[in-house]
Write a protein that binds this ligand. Structure first.
Ligand SMILES: Cc1cc2nc3c(=O)[nH]c(=O)nc-3n(C[C@H](O)[C@H](O)[C@H](O)COP(=O)(O)OP(=O)(O)OC[C@H]3O[C@@H](n4cnc5c(N)ncnc54)[C@H](O)[C@@H]3O)c2cc1C
Length: 597
């Protein structure tokens, strides 16, 4: 039950159901945030100082827990320099240089190990990878935003000393109204003075043009258990789609159509009649529990340069190795009862061995590379049901400034999911006289195989409905300077009802093989936060295992193959994945291994 007690005219003390007390003072939220309001647009540029970083140290218990968990890895007992069972220095191999792999390697060096990370592409970042065109403009694999409810990501930024690279936005969820005569938005404003869940309640109640009062009440009642019972309730809601969940609670379909289509497309690039409600509840639950949970931040530039490079530096400065252009082609297995990893085949006929192997590849890559000997183990068998969902990310550079805002917009249109004017939202892409719209095109199932031209044309038609006074599909208003797009046929795993049980934990049944990746089990979604947390969990699991096995008398090290160096004459030695191309796994043949043996 919520308890509100009036202490003085402008201050409330609010006690939430977790017994946490919050003082609420009624001050003008815009003044408090340092935000300068533009008379034409409430959400246009903020003041020179920008929006301050939310004070997560005091407002977010999950952030404090994430800091403690991450720091505890730094404080773990140091492993011996030499593996007592082999007499050689420990070698931990991390496969995949997306956020999960980089986070794994970062936490391994924190635990005193020297990981060797191999990434297939020339670029680090995986699904956050970004590259420059000949003009120096950046194309990103996806339009990415961080949330206040990303405690492990926030801690990572702190450890890398790059917290100032996050550009926080006004605390609001902004929905476009396609088809209006003018470019219009409907907003859910989270007041600065109210703690969670009051701020979310006020945001929902004060929005008057998307949902009616009876609809809000029905939805609010449906969400009460999520607030009261938190994660356990969220987990119990596995197995139903968003649409089914809403209908079962008498929430009219209009609510799904007005708000949850947009939210489902933003969360998992699919519609609410297929998305698992658990996915939406995970996000809403964090937003209801944490005052700054739904506050959005953009990175200030290319994720590869502004986030992955500092991660690489952190790892290499502490003795780790990060190698690009090094795709893993095959996992090789010992022919004994343990079926442990005996080594891995990399491009160029290289055979590498290690004490421990941590896959941080996406699920579709791991599925292809899972050795036959493991496929019947329930851990791997279940995972085979997960599958990446297609999505397209589009950038359009215009010859003029559009009347957009400095925040993420839920497009609420048929083809697009979310978009942002990056010339407003991101320092590196800033322009005072030209807009660059970055957009997520989803669901993309029927589109992923179409040509760039067809997708561009369809996007322009859609933009006409979002910017009726500024954009015409025939280019007669704002002129398109150029565009670029990235098609990801298999992106994050499709979060369908029932798929939660298929997500593997970080510890596999194979004694020297572990897994990280956004699809592995952790309490966040297939997201940057999930990827970062999975890496931390995998690194911790390996570090714990190493410490415990050091003292085990009866531990037998798995056999290892003889290592082979990269051979520039090997048939695949010169295969390259172009910067702009996502890596598609090519499984190395067993004949290659026989030749090398
Ligand atoms: C369009 C789009 C928008 C998104 N927006 C958001 C957002 O706003 N907020 C958010 O939190 N999340 C967002 N995400 C999700 C987020 O990007 C992912 O959840 C996260 O980046 C996944 O990280 P990962 O390390 O688990 O996997 P990946 O990023 O896929 O990394 C895996 C790495 O493994 C490498 N690899 C694959 N095979 C091999 C091999 N054989 N050998 C060596 N390396 C290999 C790959 O090249 C890749 O670098 C978005 C994703 C997309 C596609």
């Amino acid at each position: 039950m919520l308890l509100l007690s009036l202490e003085m005219p402008s201050v409330f003390t609010f006690t939430n159901t977790l017994g946490q007390k919050h003082d609420i003072s009624f001050i003008n939220s815009d003044v408090a945030s340092g935000r300068r309001l533009n008379s034409n647009d409430k959400y246009s540029r903020h003041g020179l100082l920008g929006i301050p970083r939310p004070d997560l140290d005091s407002s977010s218990a999950p952030f404090r827990e994430a800091c403690a968990a991450s720091d505890s890895i730094k404080n773990m007992p140091r492993p011996s320099d030499i593996n007592p069972h082999t007499g050689k220095p420990y070698k931990v191999m991390v496969i995949g240089g997306g956020l999960a792999g980089l986070s794994t390697a970062k936490h391994l060096v924190d635990a005193g190990h020297q990981p060797i990370l191999v990434e297939a592409r020339s670029l680090l970042g995986g699904k956050v990878a970004a590259w420059r065109d000949d003009d120096g403009d950046v194309t990103e694999t996806g339009l990415h935003v961080f949330f206040g409810a990303y405690p492990n990501a926030m801690k990572l930024f702190r450890d890398l000393n790059i917290e100032n690279r996050l550009q926080w936005k006004d605390h609001a969820m902004i929905f476009a109204k396609p088809g209006s005569k003018k470019r219009e938005f409907s907003t859910f404003d989270f007041p600065l003075w109210a703690p969670a869940p009051l701020n979310a309640g006020i945001a929902i109640l004060s929005n008057t043009d998307l949902l009616s009062w009876p609809e809000k009440i029905k939805l609010g009642l449906g969400l009460i258990p999520a607030y009261l019972f938190g994660q356990s309730y969220v987990e119990s809601q596995e197995g139903v789609t968003v649409k089914e969940w809403m209908r079962a609670r008498g929430v009219p379909d209009r609510v799904t159509d007005e708000v949850f289509i947009a939210m489902s497309k933003a969360l998992n690039f699919i519609d609410p009649d297929t998305l698992s409600m658990q996915c939406v509840l995970i996000a809403l639950n964090r937003f209801l529990q944490e005052t700054d949970g739904s506050k959005i931040a953009f990175l200030d530039g290319s994720p590869t340069e502004r986030l992955c490079e500092p991660l690489k530096e952190y790892i290499t400065e502490r003795g780790g190795v990060v190698r690009t252009n090094s795709p893993l082609k095959r996992i090789l297995v010992n022919d004994d009862a343990t079926k442990s990893v005996s080594g891995v085949l990399l491009q160029g006929g290289e055979i590498m061995t290690a004490d421990y192997y941590i896959s941080a590849m996406p699920v579709d890559a791991v599925k292809k590379l899972t050795p036959d000997e493991w496929r019947n183990k329930p851990y791997f068998k279940k995972m085979m049901g997960l599958k990446g969902v297609p999505v397209i990310n589009i950038h359009i550079w215009f010859d003029r400034k559009l009347s957009t805002v400095d925040n993420l917009i839920f497009s609420r249109s048929k083809l697009l999911s979310v978009y942002a004017d990056m010339s407003e939202a991101c320092d590196e892409y800033k322009s005072s006289d030209k807009s660059m719209l970055e957009m997520v095109f989803a669901p993309a199932k029927g589109w992923i195989g179409k040509s760039d031209e067809e997708i561009f044309e369809a996007t322009m038609k859609e933009l006409e409905t979002l910017f009726p006074e500024e954009i015409r599909a025939d280019g007669s208003l704002a002129k398109v300077v150029k565009y670029s797009m990235v098609k990801t046929p298999l992106s994050v795993y499709e979060t369908l009802p029932g798929c939660e049980a298929m997500r593997p934990g970080q510890i596999s049944p194979v004694p020297n093989f572990f897994m990280a990746g956004d699809f592995t089990k952790q309490k966040y979604l297939a997201s940057m936060e999930g990827a970062i947390l999975s890496g931390q969990l995998a690194a911790k699991a390996v570090a714990d295992t190493i410490l415990s096995r050091e003292t085990m008398q009866n531990w037998t090290e798995p056999d290892r193959l003889e290592e082979k160096p990269f051979d520039k004459n090997f048939h695949d030695a010169n295969d390259r994945t172009a910067d702009k191309q996502l890596y598609m796994v090519k499984v190395g043949s067993i004949d290659d291994v026989k030749i090398l043996a």
